[in-house]
Design a protein. Structure first.
Ligand code: FAD
Ligand code: DHB
Length: 395
C-alpha cells in the first residue's frame, strides 16, 4: 500500500470510534486515513464491552457493517436486577416503545469494521503510532507518527482523536482550552471469560452484601462474568475455584439458580472511572469516544457513546464536504456533550446503586435497596432505567 502523506480527515486510533468514523466517512465520499498504534491481532483480541444499543446497531447497519451482527448477535429484550436473594426483570420493549439491545462483543464489531475497511475502505495503518499533532490552530494541521520504524507526517484538514483515554491527540490541545471533570471509584471490576454456557438467557446485575456481580455472555457456550473487587486486586492471585465460589455467593437466590462452571480463558481487572473533557473540539481537532469521556462500565455505555459521537461527527463532515458550511461541525461538541452527560449520570447511578463502597454504612445500603425497590414497583422508575439502558436516540 502507498502511504498517503495527505488526506481530508486524519483519524487517530483504530478502536470502535475510529473504525466506525472511517466507514461512515468513506461511504459519504469524504477522504480519510486511520492511524492505529497497535497491530491488527492485538486490536481484534482486546476484550472489552459486550452490549450494543439500538442506535449503535442502526449505525452499523446503515454503513453495511452489520451482516455478522445480524446473524450471530444475541437480541436481548431485558435484564435482571437481583438483590435480597430475588430477581426483578426489566423489560425493554414494553417500557421504551420497542427498543432492545444486542449482545455482540466489541472484539467482533472491531473485526467486522477492519475487514470491511481493508477490503474496500480508506487506508488503515497498523503499528502507526502518533506522537504529536501540530498546526491545529492553523488551516492545515499535521499529524506526526512512526510507522514500522519510519517517522512520517500526514497533512490534513481536520484531525479526529479516537485514540482512547491514554491517547495523544487530547494532549495536543493547550491545557487552558479544556475543562475536565473526573470521579475515580473505590473499587474495580474483575472480568473473566469462561468456556461455560451462560446460566440464563439474559444479563443479571446483582447487588449483594459481598459486592456487585454481573452475568453476561458472548455466545451460547461462552460466559462473561464480572466481580466487584478492591482497587489494586491482582487477578493472578485468585484461583479459578475462588472466582466461581465468589460469583455463586453474589448471585445466590432463594430457589434453583446455578452458574455453569467451565475453564476460565481470560481474566483482567479494570478500574472504574468517570471522566469528561469539554469541549470536544479545539481548532481543527475533534475528540471522540474514550479520548473525550470515560464511564464506569455498569451501564454498558462506553462503546455506545463512542459510536454516537462518530455518527454525529460523520454527518457534520459530510455536510461540510457537500456545502462548505461548518455549522454542524461547530455544533458537534454541544450536541455530543448533552448525550455524554446523560450517560455519565446513568453510569454513575447504576454503579453507585449496585456496588458496595469500602466505607459503606447501613444507611447507604438501605438507600440502595429503597431505590431498587422503587424500580421494581414503579413502571415510571423502571422505564427511566430501561430508556437509559436501551439507549436514547442519537441526536
Ligand atoms: P479505544 O477502544 O480505546 O480505541 C482507541 C484506539 O486508539 C486503540 O486501538 C489504541 O491502540 C489507539 N491509540 C492509542 N494511542 C494511539 C496513538 N498515539 N497513535 C495511534 N493510535 C493510538 N465498556 C463497556 O460498556 N463495557 C465493558 O465491559 C467495558 N470494558 C472495558 C475494559 C477496558 C480494559 C477498557 C479500557 C474499556 C472498557 N469499556 C467497556 C469501555 C469501551 O470498551 C470503550 O468505551 C470503547 O473501547 C471506546 O472506543 P474508542 O474507539 O473510543 O477507544
Ligand atoms: C458487559 C459489559 C458491561 O459493562 C455491561 O454493563 C454489560 C455487559 C459485557 O462485557 O458483556
Amino acid at each position: 500500500m502507498t502511504i498517503p502523506s495527505h488526506t481530508t480527515v486524519a483519524v487517530v486510533g483504530g478502536g470502535p470510534a475510529g473504525l466506525l468514523l472511517a466507514r461512515l466517512l468513506h461511504r459519504a465520499g469524504v477522504d480519510c486515513v486511520v492511524l492505529e498504534s497497535r497491530d491488527r491481532g492485538y486490536v481484534e483480541q482486546r476484550q472489552r464491552a459486550g452490549i450494543l444499543e439500538q442506535g449503535t446497531v442502526d449505525a452499523l447497519r446503515d454503513c453495511g457493517a452489520a451482516g455478522r451482527l445480524d446473524r450471530e448477535g444475541l437480541v436481548h429484550d431485558g435484564v435482571e436486577l437481583r438483590w435480597g436473594r430475588r430477581g426483578h426483570r426489566i423489560d425493554f420493549p414494553s417500557l421504551t416503545g420497542g427498543r432492545r439491545v444486542w449482545v455482540y462483543a466489541q472484539t467482533e464489531v472491531v473485526k467486522d469494521l477492519i475487514a470491511l475497511q481493508l477490503a474496500d475502505g480508506a487506508p488503515l495503518l497498523f503499528e502507526a503510532e502518533v506522537s504529536a499533532v501540530t498546526g491545529a490552530d492553523t488551516g492545515r494541521p499535521v499529524v506526526h507518527y512512526t510507522h514500522e520504524g519510519v517517522a512520517r507526517t500526514l497533512d490534513c484538514a481536520y484531525v479526529v482523536g479516537c485514540d482512547g483515554f491514554h491517547g495523544v491527540v487530547r494532549k495536543a490541545i493547550p491545557e487552558g482550552a479544556l475543562r475536565t471533570c473526573e470521579r475515580v471509584y473505590p473499587y474495580s471490576w474483575f472480568g473473566i471469560l469462561a468456556d461455560a454456557p451462560p446460566a440464563c438467557d439474559e444479563l443479571v446485575y446483582a447487588h449483594s452484601p459481598r459486592g456487585f456481580a454481573l452475568h453476561s455472555m458472548r455466545s451460547p457456550s461462552v460466559s462473561r462474568l464480572y466481580l466487584q473487587v478492591p482497587n489494586g486486586t491482582d487477578p493472578a492471585a485468585w484461583s479459578d475455584e475462588r472466582i466461581w465460589d465468589e460469583l455463586e455467593e453474589r448471585f445466590a437466590v432463594d430457589g434453583p439458580w446455578r452458574l455453569n462452571r467451565g475453564p476460565i480463558t481470560q481474566r483482567a481487572v479494570l478500574p472504574l472511572r468517570s471522566h469528561v473533557t469539554e469541549p470536544m473540539r479545539w481548532g481543527r481537532i475533534f475528540l471522540a469516544g474514550d479520548a473525550a469521556h470515560i464511564v464506569p462500565p455498569t451501564g454498558a455505555k462506553g462503546l455506545n457513546l463512542a459510536a454516537a459521537d462518530v455518527v454525529v461527527l460523520a454527518r457534520a463532515f459530510t455536510d461540510w464536504a457537500a456545502t462548505g458550511t461548518t455549522a454542524a461541525l461547530d455544533a458537534y461538541s454541544d450536541t455530543c456533550l448533552r448525550r455524554v452527560w446523560r450517560a455519565e449520570h446513568f453510569s454513575w447511578f447504576m454503579t453507585t446503586t449496585m456496588h458496595t463502597a469500602p466505607d459503606q454504612n447501613p444507611f447507604d445500603t438501605k438507600l440502595q435497596l429503597a431505590q431498587l425497590d422503587r424500580i421494581a414497583t414503579s413502571p415510571h422508575a423502571a422505564a427511566e432505567l430501561a430508556e437509559n439502558y436501551a439507549g436514547l436516540p442519537v441526536a
